[in-house]
Design a protein around this ligand. Sequence first.
Ligand code: SAH
Length: 217
Amino acid sequence: MDFSSARKSMVEYQLRARGIQSEVVLQVIEKIPRHLFVPEKLQEYAYEDHPLSIGCGQTISQPYMVAIMTELLELKTSDRVLEVGTGSGYQTAVLAEIAQHVVSIERIKELAEKAEQRLMNLGYTNIKIVCGDGSLGYPPEAPYDAIIVTAGSPEVPESLKKQLNEGGRLIIPVGGSNLQVLLKIIKKGNDYRIEKHTSCIFVPLIGSEGWKNYGDN
Ligand code: SAH
């Protein structure tokens, strides 16, 4: 299979045609070998328009969702970023291509370790993977210019808001366990401006400031 041309089509027809405008975001997605972030037997579907299973009951997000969330973050090359929900590490790679430093936190050890190995093999040196409850953020490296949560939360965790730098942006899916809306929160002095964006469906953010005692997890 010709992964490189599949990737080009994905960028043109699933992303640019649907309104993704940031050239940086489009270029980075065209560059990163997304098929290396999914199980081998699913590689041929890696450039299709939907999420895919990555094991442990979790998914790699739909490419369009990765693009829209990254665009909303408005990253600068000097930014320090926190990602909550490493999963496959694909979104982490997208962030690391644009920003200066990325901390990504994942609650499932097996996924965190696999993603760390994968990102190391691809040569990234500006990523730190942490295993833990990201609904509390990651205070040792706060504040962050941008925070992205790739799991759905019943509300916006206060800890994440507190870890935003002045002018910092937080993108998070908030709502019920079956449907959420993408919120963008911008810290301005002591205030937080909130914008509502598209509706979406993410796996649950499980933790102290997310869904507590979700299922048997
Ligand atoms: N960005 C990922 C999406 C993975 S799905 C990718 O591109 O592949 C969301 C991930 O969030 C899952 O791996 C899940 O285990 C993780 N997660 C859920 N609750 C979490 C929490 N409180 N802290 C850290 N990770 C969490």
